[in-house]
Design a protein around this ligand. Structure first.
Ligand code: HEC
Ligand code: HEC
Length: 241
């Protein structure tokens, strides 16, 4: 190599350092966060087969399929970053997925970018916008609303999976599987613990978008009022026998 060329290579290296040595690159920051906190469950390759996963009844998400369960976008669409952020920040109550409150916002954003590298859906698709959630009505939780919700619960066949009394033990509940081939149980409403949060708005999202990858359907045709009544009914079951 002539002296000039060597100088040129040197300069190129200085001005265009390879991405991996750049500590500000969100993906490499995210990889670091992932290795520290997530790899034990979600696995080296993001396939959900981390060392701890064998011990877990509810399996960690397999990020390679690019399918997520708790999201504000319609069926078939990628989640919004806000959805992933909520799962990471608040955890998924009722499963082993912890709430990472002490991890900084920058690191949480970076790990989201890193998770996206496991599926090429993120390179080829743009998430659809989140569904609109109307203001929570005054009548939520009233006796009248609970009774209307009970009727909507019966009319829409929720009991087949969630059981007549909401304990999650309906006639269809034993056989259910998710798209990753793991058994999945309908939620027991008496416990009042919800993965995506127990505010009426959170449950409104679940009823509208379903839980993708699982048998929990999206109820697009139920009116907004009936969704709120269903929510009054379900939340009223907490602690019941
Ligand atoms: C102790 C095990 C464990 C650790 C550690 C863990 N997770 Fe999870 N994670 C889970 C489980 C279990 C689920 C699936 C819960 C379910 O399907 O209800 C999950 C699901 C998720 C989901 C999917 C939510 C959805 O909508 O489908 C995301 C995103 C996620 N984890 C991110 C992370 C990140 C980022 C870290 C590290 C900062 C992490 N997890 C660490 C167990 C873990
Ligand atoms: C075919 C079976 C099936 C039917 C019918 C069904 N569900 Fe579900 N539902 C499930 C399963 C399975 C889950 C748990 C999925 C998971 O967490 O992986 C679930 C979860 C839920 C959750 C928990 C959301 C969270 O964030 O934790 C709510 C709320 C819910 N269902 C409400 C309803 C209502 C209301 C109806 C009727 C309008 C209904 N479901 C009908 C199977 C069903």
């Amino acid at each position: 190599m002539s002296k000039d060329i060597r100088k040129l290579v040197f300069l190129i290296f200085i001005f265009f350092p390879p991405a991996l040595v750049n500590a500000d690159d969100p993906i490499s920051v995210g990889e670091d966060v992932y290795r520290r906190y997530c790899i034990g469950c979600h696995g080296e390759n993001g396939d959900g087969n981390g060392k701890a996963s064998k011990l877990l009844v509810i399996k960690p998400r397999n990020f390679t399929t690019g399918v997520f369960k708790f999201k504000s976008t319609p069926q078939g669409a990628l989640p919004m970053d806000e959805d992933l952020m909520r799962s990471i920040k608040q955890g998924l109550p009722g499963s082993s997925m912890p709430a990472y409150i002490l991890v900084s916002e920058i690191e949480r954003k970076a790990v989201i970018e890193y998770i996206k590298t496991f599926s090429n859906r993120w390179a080829t698709e743009i998430p659809k916008t989140a569904i609109a959630i109307p203001a929570v009505p005054e009548y939520i939780g009233s006796i009248e609303s609970i009774l209307k919700g009970k009727k909507a619960y019966e009319d829409n066949g929720c009991a087949a999976c969630h059981g007549d009394n909401g304990d999650g033990k309906g006639p269809a509940s034993e056989e259910l599987e998710d798209m990753w081939g793991n058994p999945v149980k309908p939620r027991n409403f008496k416990k009042g613990v919800y993965r995506s949060g127990s505010k009426p708005q959170n449950l409104f999202t679940v009823l509208s978008t379903g839980i993708e990858g699982t048998p929990m359907p999206a109820y697009e045709d139920i009116t907004d009022d009936d969704k709120w009544h269903l929510i009054s009914f379900i939340l009223g079951l907490k602690g019941g026998r």
